[in-house]
Write a protein that binds this ligand. Structure first.
Ligand SMILES: [Mg+2]
Length: 339
């Protein structure tokens, strides 16, 4: 197998920010895995939050390149080895995992969701309103509603939370997901969450710092909304320790290392009665196709990373209102746009 990659520039339509960070423009890495004349594709979306940079990701891809063997169907042994050797570079593993699955689907002439024994992916996604000044927040909310999105995710943890949420609730009665991105201390979180009850949140995500996961238990008991872990939950081993502390987890492929690790996390979560959301970072459709492939197994999808872009370099995912879907194309079902 021949592994190559190149950087890809993407730009959100509006600056995208949380209570902790913001992005105007970014690069991801498009990975190509060529074997017997067929090319499988994957996208690496490194995140500094998890010790991943473009450089560390490319270094990991370079180190992996010569050890992949020549059987792309040997997914388990290949990925077991990569997870053992590049444990801290799971965005790179995610891209290779995606490219292997894409290659296998293309070779067999079937979509990856079919290969995995699933039904055609069709899932409501939340659309995320990033942190912005109050005027831009209102513009973003109006745009999202005009575009037909019917579940919104709001980044909270700033002084403008109540302005934004009052505005949204004056125009929108649907599911409202609130993500604090670690904004609160354990001593202030309960009051903050009680103050948000009036907006009827569907869930509240990562109220505390990632290392404070054990202190999320009393926040569940407030009864305002289910508490989900995102930054506190990276990979399969994190799921059992969170049992009892949170109601749900947000699985992202660049944190866990791709489809197969995500499936393991879902199995663990289901066994423990933990709810599942599939999430993403700002990325192109190439990095949305893998989580969308298994979205039928999740309670919620927050797969709007490519919908936030001014221009998506990939196509193949369709959207009707707030629902995104994949078709019958072989592999992951997305391809680079012909410009
Ligand atoms: Mg989050």
């Amino acid at each position: 197998m021949k592994l190559t990659w190149q950087r890809q520039q993407i730009r959100p339509r509006h600056r995208f920010a949380t209570s902790q960070w913001g992005v105007d423009e970014k690069e991801t890495i498009v990975v190509q895995l060529e074997h017997e004349g067929l090319v499988g594709l994957g996208e690496a979306v490194p995140s500094a939050l998890y010790g991943q940079t473009l450089e560390s990701c490319e270094a990991a891809l370079g180190a992996m390149r010569d050890g992949l063997g020549d059987d792309p169907f040997a997914l388990e042994p290949i990925l077991r080895r990569l997870l053992a050797e590049y444990d801290d570079q799971r965005a790179a593993i995610d891209a290779v995992d995606a490219a292997l699955h894409d290659w296998c689907g293309k070779r067999l002439g079937i979509p990856v969701w079919k290969l995995l024994g699933l039904t055609r992916p069709r899932k409501q996604t939340t659309f995320t309103i990033g942190v912005a000044d109050p005027d831009l927040m209102r513009v973003k909310v109006d745009e999202a509603l005009a575009a037909g999105f019917d579940a919104l995710k709001i980044k909270v943890g700033t002084e403008n939370d109540h302005d934004t949420l009052s505005y949204i609730r004056s125009k929108f009665d649907g599911p409202l997901f609130l993500d604090a991105n670690q904004a609160w201390t354990p001593s202030e979180a309960a009051d903050q969450i009680r103050g948000l009850a009036q907006y009827r949140p569907t869930i509240i995500e990562q109220p505390l710092a990632r290392e404070d996961w054990q202190r999320m238990t009393p926040l569940r008991e407030l009864g305002v909304a289910p508490i989900f872990a995102d930054e506190s939950c990276e990979r399969p081993a994190d799921v059992p320790r969170l049992h009892g502390c949170v109601d749900g987890i947000n699985i992202k492929f660049n944190k866990c290392g791709g489809l197969r690790e995500a499936l393991r996390m879902i199995t663990l979560a289901r066994a423990l009665g933990i709810q599942v959301m599939l999430g993403c970072f700002v990325c192109s459709s190439l990095a949305i196709a893998p989580p969308l492939t298994i979205a039928s197994l999740a309670d919620y999808a927050d797969l709007d990373g490519a919908l936030l872009l001014a221009e998506d370099p990939f196509e193949g995912i369709s959207r009707a209102g707030g629902t995104i879907s994949l078709g019958e194309q072989p592999g992951l079902g997305v391809a680079a746009k012909v410009l």
